[in-house]
Design a protein. Structure first.
Length: 364
């Protein structure tokens, strides 16, 4: 039996939700049945280090601003490789010209929406609604990580929800990880460590975190903050922490490969995004047993335990909530994963569902 050839599209310049999800699929999918390749419009070394080092092909296509070469490279790629399925992950519908090229070569198309709002400017918004209207006439498979993400991408067209699953065993609480990370960064057992994981960019709203943390740190010196991730706003955020005179209590640890270790080190998880298609890190934090404070923009679909509090973006609300919060006992953290194992939020169940979809599309 020939393998089903699938091309994943959506990799960006930073390691965010789409990139992490693609890694999880690549790690777990049955490679005896499926041949995964990836396409990127940025030449990011981390893709070469991860995907190519593990036997996958990554095709680098010149950005759309070089429009003629961009389309020629896409056309040539599909003509040569004859992919069976294009799985396109999108935050906006403004970059979906690849769909029309795929359809020329009778490649089945999945569009997988991962955001619930415009992440670009006015031009992006106009293109989003134009392409959404255009693609409503096209036969393709529509998926979304949440109800809000589906409505944003597809309007009134029907779609199926495929949650971003979590590797439950990998993200479950570890006492060893907690001791290791807190020891490495000098976090005392008496310190209360607030944690955040995410790309450093405007939608993630890390400046708001620094603002309310500044108030907390002045009230109680035991509060510490750790920000995991990188991105375009990192330098600005570091400078802002210094300006607020909290840089000695804020740990910018950059991009990390062993994210689960940091969840185990945190005491509280904070995630005040302006908008979010799903918010997979919130699910990961819950698997680790952390109490979570999130913005009202977060979909209820990602809340699976009773230790998640949704708040409006007012600094006093967040300060008051954190100071009155009861921290999770260690024994509770150790069993937090039990509520997710073998559910639709478990990555193994999610990938099994996805594999069945790929086979169904291939056989049509």
């Amino acid at each position: 039996m020939c393998k089903i050839r699938i091309l994943y599209c959506g990799l960006s310049s930073a390691l965010g939700g789409i990139e992490i999800y693609s890694r999880k699929i690549f790690d777990i999918i049955d490679r005896g049945k499926f041949d995964l390749s990836f396409i990127s419009f940025v030449n990011n070394p981390c893709y070469k280090e991860y995907f190519e080092a593990n036997g996958a092909k990554v095709y680098y296509i010149i950005p759309r601003k070089f429009i003629l070469r961009h389309f020629f490279q896409l056309y040539s790629l599909f003509k040569k490789e004859q992919f069976d399925i294009l799985h396109l992950h999108v935050n906006t519908m403004s970059y979906v010209e690849i769909v029309f090229i795929a359809l020329i070569f009778r490649c089945k198309v999945i569009i997988h929406s991962r955001s619930s709002s415009n992440t670009g400017g006015k031009t992006t918004a106009i293109l989003h609604f134009f392409y959404r209207m255009l693609l409503s006439k096209v036969s393709l498979t529509r998926l979304a990580v949440s109800n809000d993400a589906g409505k944003w991408a597809f309007g009134k067209k029907t779609f199926d929800i495929y949650y971003n699953g979590v590797d439950v065993d990998r993200f479950s609480y570890s006492i060893e990880y907690r001791r290791s990370i807190r020891g490495k960064y000098g976090i005392l057992s008496s310190d209360i460590l607030l944690g955040h994981v995410g790309r450093m960019s405007y939608p993630k709203n890390q400046k708001f975190i620094l603002n309310f943390f500044s108030t907390l740190a002045n009230i109680n010196s035991n509060y510490k903050l750790m920000l995991v991730g990188d991105g375009d706003d990192e330098s600005e955020l570091r400078a802002y922490a210094k300006l607020k005179e909290i840089d000695d209590k804020v740990f910018f640890v950059g991009r990390q490969n062993n994210i689960p270790a940091f969840y185990s080190a945190f005491d509280i998880f904070v995630f005040p995004s302006f908008f979010e298609g799903y918010g997979n890190v919130i699910l990961e934090a819950q698997v680790a047993g952390l109490p979570c404070l999130v913005s009202e923009a977060i979909s209820n679909e990602v809340i699976i335990r009773n230790n998640v509090l949704k708040l409006f973006l007012e600094e006093k609300l967040w300060c008051d909530a954190i100071m009155s919060l009861k921290l999770t006992e260690e024994n509770e953290k150790l069993v937090a994963k039990d509520s997710i194992t073998n559910s639709e939020y478990d990555i193994k169940c999610e990938i099994e569902k996805l594999q069945k979809l790929y086979i169904k599309l291939h056989n049509q």
